[in-house]
Ligand binder design. Structure first.
Ligand code: AMP
Length: 178
């Protein structure tokens, strides 16, 4: 399993698709899974840029992973996003359910990605929701990067303020060094 992490607009989705196409990995995009299945009040919270409940997210990931053949290499876009989610994931790794190869951290400043998000115009790409997702990232996901490294997961920073092809080339280079 390979993790893709980064602030909203850093290009996790784009890089996930490029890499999955190239390597034949199975791509799981948490945001896409959730936008498809989550309804009602929870959907409103999600579209406002709040993270959804860890227990619920873990339940969904568990089910999605169970539906895949064991042989598939999985590329995770947007999971884990909190330390609780990562604790669950590392427990699965310890139990031998899958191997965690490395995490790519797509680095980009708020200013650099804001323009991208406004141009993309996804349903949750509204000014308030964008700021909320940036804040959530700083509060929940940024500390997770250090936590993962402290728990023996290799975290590779990739400068994501560059054009997608250059970011992709860097990711591929790192993977070939594995
Ligand atoms: P994304 O497409 O990755 O930017 O995710 C869109 C939204 O889905 C986020 O703003 C959260 O509301 C929700 N979401 C995605 N992944 C997670 C996660 N691992 N934990 C909690 N909420 C998530």
């Amino acid at each position: 399993m390979i993790l893709l992490m980064g602030i909203a607009g850093s290009g996790k989705g784009t890089q996930g698709k490029m890499l999955a196409d190239l390597e034949g990995f199975h791509l799981i995009s948490m945001g896409e899974v959730l936008r498809m299945y989550i309804t009602g009040k929870k959907r409103e919270r999600m579209l406002a840029g709040e993270l959804l409940d860890d227990k619920e997210i873990i339940g969904i990931v568990d089910r999605v992973l169970k539906s895949l053949p064991d042989s598939e290499e999985v590329l995770m876009d947007g999971f884990p996003r909190t330390i609780s989610q990562a604790e669950w994931l590392l427990k699965q790794v310890k139990a031998g359910r899958f191997k965690l190869d490395l995490a790519f951290h797509l680095t980009a400043s708020r200013q650099a990605v804001k323009e991208r998000l406004i141009n993309r115009a996804r349903v949750d790409d509204k000014d308030d929701a964008i700021e909320q997702r940036f804040d959530e990232y700083e509060r929940s996901t940024q500390p997770l990067l250090k936590w993962l490294a402290d728990h023996g997961v290799k975290v590779v920073d990739v400068n994501a303020e560059r054009p997608p092809e250059q970011v992709h080339a860097d990711i591929v280079k790192h993977l070939s060094k594995r």
